[in-house]
Unconditional design. Structure first.
Length: 366
C-alpha cells in the first residue's frame, strides 16, 4: 500500500550548521505498519538538490537498502516495511547536496513501525465490545480511512462475529498513520431462570413462582406482572405461565411452566380400563384426562397421600395401595390377573391436610 505522507524534512541549503532532532514521544511521531509500502518525500532548494538517505533501526544499525528505493534525485523514497523488520522506532537520516556544491548537516526524523508485537496505539479506537450469547457483535473500531482484520484479511470497517476473543485490526487514521489494535469481544452468558417442573394445583391451592436474582434488571410475566415473583391460584384452571428476564448486561433469558388445576370435589375417576392392551387405558389411574382434548397431564403423579381399596362383587379385598398414587394393572394382591368384571372401590385423598373420599365401581375389560 503506497501512501503519501506529510513532508518529513525541509532544508535550507545554505545552512552550514544543521541540527539533529531531539528524542520524541512515540505518540507524537508518524507511524507505519509492517506489511505495507509507503512513500516519503522531502523538499530542498528549488528542486535542484540531491538527497542521500539512510534508515536506522532502534539499535542504530543501518537498514539494508533492499527494503527501500530512492526515487529520482532522492527527494522521495519508497519503503517496504517488510514483515521481516521488527516493530520499533526507526530513524530516517537525510543529507542534502545542492547543485552549488553545498552539503547540509544530516537531518533526522523518527518514525514508529508498528507490528503485532510492538505498536503504539492510535487515538479514539473502540477496543472493547460485549454481546449476549447467541447474538452477533459488530466490532467497529471507529472512524478511520483503512481497515485490515488480520484474522481473515477483511478490509471492512466493521467486523461481525459472535465468538469471544481478541481480534487484531490494522488501522490508518486521517493523517495516514498506521497501527495495530487488539479488539476484545466478551460474550456474556444468558441469564438462567428456572420455574421448576410442570405442576398441579388442587382446589384453591396457590403457589409462588419466584425468579429473583440481584443481576436481573427487568421481569416480564405472561400475567402482565413485572415483579420478581407472582402467586398462581389453582381456581383459574389450567395455566401456561412464562417469564422473560433481562440482566444487567442486557441479556435475555426465559422459562415457562404448565400449572394444571384440579377440583378434588369433582375428581374424574375412569369407569373402566383394559389391562391386555398397549394403549393409554391399560391401567387404572386418576384423575382422568380432561375434555375436550383428553390430554393426559399426569395429574396423578402429584398425589402423594392416597389410600385405595378395591373389592370384588362379593366384598373381598382384591387390591390396595397407600402413599403416593399407584396405577392399578388389574392384578390382585398376589399378582394374578383378575377376570373381566366390575369392582368396587373406596378412595381417600389428602391434600394440604384436607381429605376427600370417593366411592364407585370400575370395570376390567379383557
Amino acid at each position: 500500500m503506497r501512501r503519501y505522507l506529510h513532508i518529513l524534512f525541509s532544508f535550507l541549503v545554505f545552512i552550514v550548521v544543521g541540527h539533529r532532532a531531539l528524542p520524541q514521544n512515540p505518540y507524537d511521531l508518524p507511524m507505519a505498519c509492517v506489511g505495507t509500502v509507503e512513500e516519503y518525500w522531502v523538499k530542498g532548494f528549488n528542486g535542484a538538490s540531491d538527497f542521500q538517505w539512510r534508515i536506522l533501526n532502534a539499535d542504530g544499525e543501518e537498514v539494508s537498502t533492499n527494503y527501500y528505493t530512492v526515487i529520482n534525485n532522492g527527494d522521495s523514497i519508497l519503503v517496504n516495511w517488510s514483515q521481516q523488520l521488527p516493530g520499533g522506532i526507526y530513524t530516517f537520516e537525510v543529507i542534502e547536496h545542492s547543485h552549488l556544491g553545498c552539503t547540509g548537516e544530516p537531518y533526522t526524523q523518527d518514525i514508529v513501525l508498528n507490528s503485532s508485537d510492538f505498536h503504539v496505539p492510535l487515538e479514539f479506537v473502540n477496543e472493547f465490545f460485549q454481546v449476549c450469547q447467541g447474538n452477533t457483535a459488530a466490532l467497529e473500531p471507529g472512524d478511520f480511512i483503512n481497515y485490515l482484520w488480520t484474522i481473515d484479511n477483511s478490509t471492512a470497517p466493521v467486523y461481525y462475529t459472535g465468538e469471544a476473543g481478541t481480534y487484531e485490526v490494522r488501522l490508518y487514521d486521517s493523517d495516514y498513520s498506521c497501527s495495530f489494535h487488539d479488539i476484545e469481544l466478551k460474550v456474556n452468558p444468558l441469564p438462567v431462570v428456572d420455574l421448576g417442573h410442570d405442576t398441579t394445583l388442587f382446589g384453591g391451592q396457590t403457589m409462588v413462582l419466584n425468579v429473583y436474582d440481584p443481576t436481573f434488571s427487568n421481569y416480564e410475566w405472561s400475567t402482565g406482572a413485572t415483579s420478581a415473583s407472582i402467586i398462581v391460584e389453582g381456581g383459574y384452571g389450567d395455566q401456561f405461565i412464562w417469564v422473560v428476564v433481562t440482566d444487567d448486561n442486557g441479556c435475555v433469558g426465559s422459562d415457562s411452566i404448565n400449572v394444571y388445576a384440579e377440583d378434588l370435589t369433582k375428581l374424574r375417576i375412569p369407569k373402566a380400563f383394559m389391562p391386555d392392551t398397549d394403549g393409554e387405558n391399560r391401567t387404572w389411574k386418576f384423575p382422568a384426562p380432561k375434555p375436550p382434548y383428553y390430554i393426559d397431564n399426569g395429574l396423578w403423579s402429584y398425589l402423594n397421600d392416597v389410600d385405595v381399596l378395591v373389592y370384588n362383587r362379593w366384598g373381598k379385598l382384591v387390591w390396595k395401595s397407600s402413599g403416593p398414587f399407584k396405577e392399578w394393572d388389574g392384578r390382585d394382591l398376589g399378582g394374578r390377573p383378575l377376570p373381566m368384571d366390575s369392582y368396587h372401590y373406596i378412595i381417600r385423598i389428602t391434600v394440604d391436610g384436607k381429605t376427600f373420599n370417593y366411592k364407585g365401581s370400575v370395570t376390567i375389560i379383557r
